[in-house]
Design a binder for this molecule. Sequence first.
Ligand code: HAM
Length: 476
Amino acid sequence: MKDAEESSNGKRRFRLIRGFRDLLPPETYLWNRLEAIARAVFESFGFGEIRPPILEAADLFEKSIGEDTDVAGKELYFWVDSPRANKGIRRVRAVDKNSAMRSTSTDSKVRDELLHQASSGAFDALAETDLVTLRPEATASACRAYIEHGMQQLPQPVKLYYLGPMFRRERPQKGRYRQFYQIGAEVLGGSDAPAIDAEVIEMVMTFFDRLGLTGVELDINSIGHAADNCRRGYVEKLKAALEQVKDKLGGDSQRRIETNPLRVLDSKLEHEQPIIEKLPRLADHLCDECRTHYAAVKRQLGLRGVIFKENWRLVRGLDYYMRTTFEITAKGLGSQNAVCGGGRYDGLVELLGGPPTKGIGFAIGEDRLILSLQESGKGATAQGRDVYIAWMGEHAYAAAVRAAKDLRSAGFSVELPPTELKFGKALERADKLGSRYALILGDNEVAEGTWTLKTLADGTQQKFTEPELLEFLRKP
Ligand code: HAM
């Protein structure tokens, strides 16, 4: 079995599934700090948090992202969530466990059982919601929730943000995981005023700025709207131009001429670059309204002091976008350098069965943001404990427990060793944990009522009574 191996005691040792990670301390300190800053910045722009579920109906994403896209067409984790299918799988595994042929035969047995169920019509009566998926993103979920909870009755626009894991079955590499985390925001309802587009982008840039992230680049574009005199007309022209150069393109681009010609503009293949540069440009084919909207977005960004670069090839990989699209790249990430992507998606709520509704938003890839911060030396993690209590003796232990309680409730991080250690050993541990101070408590100190505090950085020691100690530590 791929993700497990046998350990020295003969038991199966479990390991992570490919593309999945454990996030561990002290790095999680950085994740938490970053998330706290995101919340503070987004809330200062009037956004409130939404926590949609991780499991949704598969067709929510197929419909909104588009079945011809990589994300919805190839990368969804989905399965049939019906009591019948679950029972079938459990039955196969039970049989399998009792047999001598463990693990190697599991996959084929499960497959055979599922095929058998499918051919015997077991899935025919499935409701649409029985096909579920781990969410690959949260824009569609936010739109579903907007409709489901009648948020169009609230003062518009509704401004939502979210943080959490997303799942895409991509080929894992640096900065690309099968479970990754996004920090995103969506503005739903109200008008499509260009000031909204600009403010959403200003908010991301403010967040990056607050983190001290340097070397970020913002690319923007307008992909117009789906009408003959705008994007649809352009796509026809693009298709015709691509047909002319089809022989010179790689297999992926050749296929995309049929399925999604705009995505050819996304190609990173070196030999395709000079060909793409000569293709007709969408900016020359925008309708008057979309062109005016785009010009106003750029003006509004200027007003806010947001620096951007126009990129006519920025089309984004999800079908729901229209007009403004944007992407932000950061340093130190190699080929997976997009830390944020977003855009306008008027019409998505309607597509999902809601009323005509404007929408715009973005999502930041948190894993990549963390990587970029670390590469640029801004990824400081937690300092060690504030105080390590080095205690010896029964009376000292009772005082140490009390001191730990008082110090923790005063907001300090405290390490209290559970068993007695010689002072030398205890100070060694305190040092290893990166503690700032060691509080030395022996029976003598307790009897005298004066406690010794050692500053580990310089080895100096001071004596305090219990109340004096708290007062000293509280000083900035
Ligand atoms: P996206 O461009 O698919 O857009 O994803 C946004 C960001 O998520 C990417 O720029 C990247 O940083 C991160 N990301 C995507 N896939 C992975 C992965 N496999 N591993 C690590 N990071 C990844 C969306 O998801 C849209 N829902 C954004 C949006 C919100 N548009 C409007 N509102």
